[in-house]
Design a binder for this molecule. Sequence first.
Ligand code: NAP
Length: 489
Amino acid sequence: MDIALQDSRLFRQACYSNGEWVSDGNAGSIEVVNPATDEVIGRVPSLDEGQVSASIAAAAEGFASWRKMSVADRSACLRRWFELMHEHKEDLARIMTLEQGKPISESLGEIDYAASYIEWFTEEAKRGYGEVIPAVKANQRIVVRPEPVGVSVAITPWNFPAAMITRKAAAALAAGCSMLVKPSSLTPFSALALAELGERAGLPAGVFSVLTGSSSVIGEVFTQSTTVKKLSFTGSTEVGRKLMAMCADNLHKLSLELGGNAPFVVFDDADLDLAVKGALAAKFRNTGQTCICPNRFLVQAGVHDAFVDKLSAALSEFKVGDGFAEDVKQTSLINADAVKKVQRHYDDALEHGAKVVLGERPGALANNRVAPIVLTGLTADMQIWQEETFGPLAPVMKFDSEQEGIDAANDTPFGLAAYFYASNNDRVWRVSEALQAGMVGANEGGISNAMAPFGGIDQSGFGREGGRQGMAEYQQLKYVCFGESGPTM
Ligand code: NAP
């Protein structure tokens, strides 16, 4: 298929392992389809256990040399990788929209965002500071040194096919680790394009590899390997739990970036225009398919109707269509199952008394498209209250007191993101402290950036990506106690 790239070598239908392109999977191949057309856009190899193990062995060799390279040289390689992402931004965005479906403007935005993690860790690589601690005895010295954990593996989802990789890989490589990535089988081409650029940037063989194939086969080999020291997973809570259990045998260091169920709370004193702007950015990006998407809108009685009207009016202007078409804001969901899930939540909400303010039943449009939906009358016994919808459906609940709003927001076992809008300064502090989540947007809908530690609590997992904390996920501490070395000669 001709996908019209300026640099056609960025579209690789092969895995990248030990600095080589592997086009034959011993377990066959996997077809990748465009969610907007259901057309096959290409195939990637399905590696078997032996091929995955060989790649891990090569990553161990890659690690041995990479960790010894000077931090200045490692940082220079990462910077080149970052620059190449910018140079090839248009092509990378095109590949992403083809395999994932998001609007091309959002794909371009994701490439910038993904590259920003590489840039951040290019600098953080130089700041792997340790500590010198006063010792108990006069003739001792205590030094604490962060060291790379070693061969690291990542399993990543389809909703951010580039950024979910760079925020792991850049941190790992900055710390001195090597990394193998298994991208989602739905969106492997963005990952493989990153590998192509990593190769051009001069990353040595075995330092960064991208493996495709059955998730259960690769997951099993990754978690049973004693060469692998660290697993970083982004995806559903269900799969995260399984992987954690599988890592128990070897006690791999783990980061789990899992699902969310974010509340978006609007208090009576909120600036409603700001709140609507925040809601549009946070909820409807990627057609509602982000882990930090608000899943439940909780609006205080005094502004409930006005907020619902403003939100619905703004959404009624949203153009729904193909990701490559101009001005399109909502595109296809990743596949028909995703549409069915939104449909299930919609039907269940209506059965439990919700009212439709905007939109129609999901499934009415062709090509896995769903137009924005606003429902009122959200209650805690609805499926939407319990599970991520992962689609453009905004259900709204009315509450009376501040405490009622906070309690409703916290009524979930997940704890990834939470948002609220209020103008009273005391309330802003109070609510930001009361919300139980790893990340809180206080009068802000766009909370994700390379400088801040991204991550959740409770059923949303643990570990942080970005910020100075991101590199620590790929480091372990070594404490050295220096005693006397005998009389000086
Ligand atoms: P998923 O089904 O859990 O899949 C995520 C990754 O895990 C994919 O690469 C998948 O591979 C792989 N996988 C599936 N089953 C596996 C197994 N048994 N062993 C090893 N790997 C396995 O999630 P998804 O549908 O791709 O992504 C959506 C979920 O990710 C949502 O819940 C969302 O909230 C979450 N997410 C969280 C964050 C965060 O930072 N917290 C960010 C983005 C997304 P295959 O595709 O090959 O099956």
